[in-house]
Design a protein around this ligand. Structure first.
Ligand code: SAM
Length: 260
């Protein structure tokens, strides 16, 4: 994020009569956004998004979600994924990452769902995210992950998280990873969707499309040791010229670009 106060007018931290008020005050200061109290009569009249503490998680809400649950980084395996660790390296994502790959950087971590899938398959993973809001939600998710029984039993550490623009951070890596994974935000096919609110839709409303994805792709090709994998919607044009390999998932594609 280049601007010093990118979320002014868009997001507030919300205190709802429970939780750690000083910690929320600190969070509001860190993000340079107001702290609102739900006891104030007009607390929801200023910003469109809120960060608040609910059910032991840091959650992101828009106005529609204020009365419902809110969205947190989900640390549970996705549907169809095995619960063992390391989970089998099968499926389109593992095929795209490559059979010999050991180290992966997810340069567009977002809600961390792909990252956590990659982590659970046993790859050595580092994460990058430039949105300070997503970064605090991810830090909370990784904190919960560190406390999970299976993580403690196996003495595993959650992935490390670098906060900043991957275009710059990838240029100063101490060592190139085997694979850099990219899942930037592409423009939607249709403007409106009848689907229920999904975390990715809220993320798009909050952050918008990633207009600099071509630069990110170029930076990733420069920084990777062996390959770059780009996840994109099935209707989207490829980021690079021509992918060396393509793997298909449900309504999506993984384009694989090998480094010469
Ligand atoms: C579509 S979301 C990624 C979703 C993620 N794969 C998941 O499973 O939840 C894209 C994310 O990448 C981040 N992003 C895009 N370009 C970036 C860049 N140049 N550096 C760091 N983060 C970036 C955005 O802030 C956003 O959070």
């Amino acid at each position: 994020m280049s601007s010093a106060y990118p979320y002014t007018g868009k997001l507030a931290v919300l205190y709802q009569d429970h939780g750690d008020l000083p910690a929320l005050q600190q969070l509001a200061e860190q993000l340079h956004v107001p702290l609102r109290l739900s006891t104030q009569p007009d607390f929801d009249q200023h910003e469109a998004f809120f960060l608040c503490w609910r059910d032991g998680c840091l959650k992101l809400l828009d106005k529609e979600l204020l009365k419902k649950g809110g969205m947190a980084v989900d640390i549970e395996p996705r549907q169809g994924e095995q619960r063992s660790w390391p989970a089998p390296k099968d499926g389109a994502l593992a095929k795209a990452l490559g059979r010999k790959t050991q180290t992966v950087i997810d340069a567009t971590t977002g809600w961390g769902q792909d990252s956590l899938h990659i982590f659970r398959m046993g790859y050595a993973l580092r994460c990058i995210e430039r949105s300070p809001i997503m970064a605090v939600l991810l830090a909370d998710g990784f904190r919960r992950l560190a406390q999970a029984d299976w993580m403690q039993r196996l003495q595993l550490q959650p992935p490390s998280l670098l906060v900043g623009n991957a275009i710059e951070l990838l240029a100063s890596l101490p060592e190139p990873p085997d694979c850099i994974y990219l899942d930037p935000m592409f423009p939607p096919k249709r403007k409106k969707s009848a689907l229920a609110k999904k975390p990715m839709m809220v993320l798009r409303d909050l952050l918008g499309d990633d207009e600099d994805k071509d630069h990110l792709f170029a930076a990733a090709m420069q920084a990777t040791g062996k390959r770059v994998v780009v996840k994109c919607p099935d209707y989207a044009e490829s980021l690079g010229n021509k992918a060396n390999e393509v793997f298909y998932g449900k309504l999506l594609r993984y384009d694989v670009f090998l480094k010469n």
